[in-house]
Design a protein around this ligand. Structure first.
Ligand code: FAD
Ligand code: NAD
Length: 449
């Protein structure tokens, strides 16, 4: 039986990072993977999603280019070309991940891993043992039960559609629903987004969420809030008929559910260990990522502290270093920047205005909304909004929010400043880069409230 210092289950964002770091620190490491190298992010998440976002943005660029003097005759999308090129890029990345593991000296065990106890694991039909085990199995799309559930697709399926539908209904109000509403709309698909509550993107700054309602509606996305699906049926022509609980009927070529993800624990053998789950169904770990079973750890989406690739990477790195290098490594969950790749993009770091008002006695809000310069020669009505939230007592910047072009690229730098403890006075004495949208963050002089 092969024996390892460390066996990692899952070669996704967290698992690959943990195994490479552990191997670089001298450990004998294996990683078990049953599906695809690179996990969700590379195969059915961040990467193909962002490629689709780029593709969908061209429709705006084509129409905006006219104001700058370009004349284009009726650009057409080939979904087949986009899909095939995307597939080829993902295959390339799968190869890159394979080589990264190989070069680091990590043994790849292909197959489904099932724990047989705290130190033994069945991978496919091979039993292996390890001193320590990291569970990095990620999650899987969750679709609630309702009549006609079998007629809908989820975020795994959406990347492999044979054809682009003419009309789509997307259900959910989180990252994936909002991003795919922008993607399909930009690709020319008539797009409906159905969300059960009054306003989507819960957790983000309310003003940014309301701003996005206007922007998405202006781009043609039909938003149905306070509505949920009661049933979906399909007719002989393959058309999905969707009934909403407000009595409305929609019909579309596809219905996509983006109603969250659940930890992927099927046949993982947790019952052979003392690993325990939280109320949310995620694996319960302590601040060193150790489960209730000594020597068995968990990181990434399966722990669910923040379901983002950079968080899984940071957890994998901290854990591997703690186990095989210098102890005392911790992940900073305080200021996790994040972007939603809608059109326009949303990006944020720190507290929303609502949360800041709950936490601090006096809060100052600096903000600006304007038409981005790149749209000035176009007939686009698209605007952007930026917001800086300050704790008045300390002058500390406690939140930066933006919806506008390249928001993620801009907020990343501000996240560094905030992690370093920047005050509003630090923002004010920073020289801008002109003419950019980002410079607005350092030229906001008057608090609006
Ligand atoms: C549509 C979509 C878009 C996203 N976009 C972004 C984004 O833009 N930015 C961002 O930061 N995050 C994004 N995310 C989230 C991001 O993909 C996840 O947070 C990240 O992939 C989590 O990494 P992980 O290592 O925990 O798990 P995963 O990447 O899911 O990896 C888990 C791996 O374990 C394997 N596995 C599972 N069970 C077993 C088993 N028993 N045996 C062997 N192998 C097993 C799986 O096949 C998989 O490869 C997106 C997610 C989705 C679904
Ligand atoms: N840009 C990014 O960084 C990015 C992009 C995509 C996904 N992600 C990560 O992946 C995670 C999963 O994405 P997601 O959009 O599926 O989840 P989410 O948790 O962001 O949103 C789920 C949505 O579904 C709704 N919902 C849940 N159960 C429902 C039900 N039974 N009926 C109707 N609606 C229901 C929720 O109210 C919520 O609006 C995200 O939380 C995020 O951490 C990140």
């Amino acid at each position: 039986m092969q024996h390892f210092d460390l066996l990692v289950i899952g070669a996704g964002s967290g698992g690959v990072r943990a195994s490479r770091i552990a191997a670089s620190l001298g450990a004998k490491v294996a990683v078990a993977e049953e599906r695809y190298l690179g996990g969700t992010c590379v195969n059915v998440g961040c990467v193909p999603k962002k490629l689709f976002v780029y593709a969908s943005h061209f429709s705006d660029l084509f129409s905006q280019s006219r104001g700058y003097g370009w004349a284009l005759s009726d650009p057409q999308l080939s979904w087949k070309t986009l899909r095939e090129n995307k597939d080829r890029e993902i295959e390339r990345l799968n190869g890159v991940y394979g080589r990264l593991l190989d070069n680091a000296g990590v043994t790849l065990l292909e197959g489904h891993a099932t724990l047989l106890g705290s130190k033994r694991v069945m991978v496919g039909d091979e039993e292996v043992s390890a001193e320590r085990i990291i569970i990095a199995v990620g999650g899987w799309p969750f679709v609630p039960e309702f009549p006609g559930r079998e007629h809908v697709i989820d975020s795994n399926d959406v990347f492999y559609l044979d054809e682009l539908p003419e009309e789509i209904v997307i259900v959910g109000g989180g990252y994936i629903a909002a991003e795919f509403a922008g993607i399909f709309n930009g690709l020319g698909v008539k797009t409906h987004l159905v969300y059960r509550r009054e306003l989507f993107l819960r957790g983000f700054d309310r003003e940014i969420r309301e701003f996005m309602v206007e922007q998405m509606r202006a781009k043609g996305v039909v938003l149905h809030f306070n509505a949920d699906v009661t049933s979906v049926s399909v007719d002989a022509a393959g058309v999905r008929n969707v009934t909403l609980d407000n009595g409305q009927q929609l019909s579309a070529g596809q219905v996509m559910y983006a109603t969250g993800r659940r930890p992927l624990l099927d046949n993982l053998g947790l019952e052979s260990t003392n690993v325990r789950l939280t109320d949310k169904g995620t694996i319960d770990v302590d601040d060193k990522f150790e489960t209730h079973e000594s020597g068995v750890y968990a990181i990434g989406d399966v722990v669910g502290r923040a379901e983002l690739t950079p968080v899984a990477l940071a957890e994998g790195m901290a854990l591997a270093r703690n186990l095989f290098g210098e102890v005392g490594q911790a992940v900073n969950y305080d200021l996790i920047p994040t972007a939603v790749f809608t059109q326009p993009n949303i990006a944020t770091v720190g507290l929303s205005e609502e949360d800041a008002r709950e936490r601090y006695e006096q809060v100052a809000v600096y903000q600006s909304s304007f038409k981005p310069m790149q749209l000035s020669l176009t007939d686009s009505d698209e605007r952007c909004i930026i917001k800086v939230i300050v704790d008045v007592a300390s002058d500390q910047v406690v939140g930066c929010h933006m919806a506008g072009p390249e928001a993620g690229e801009i907020i990343q730098g501000l996240a560094v400043a905030m992690t370093a403890g920047a005050t509003k006075a630090d923002f004010d004495r920073t020289i801008g880069i002109h003419p950019t949208l980002a410079e607005e963050f350092v030229t906001l002089r008057q608090a609006v409230r």
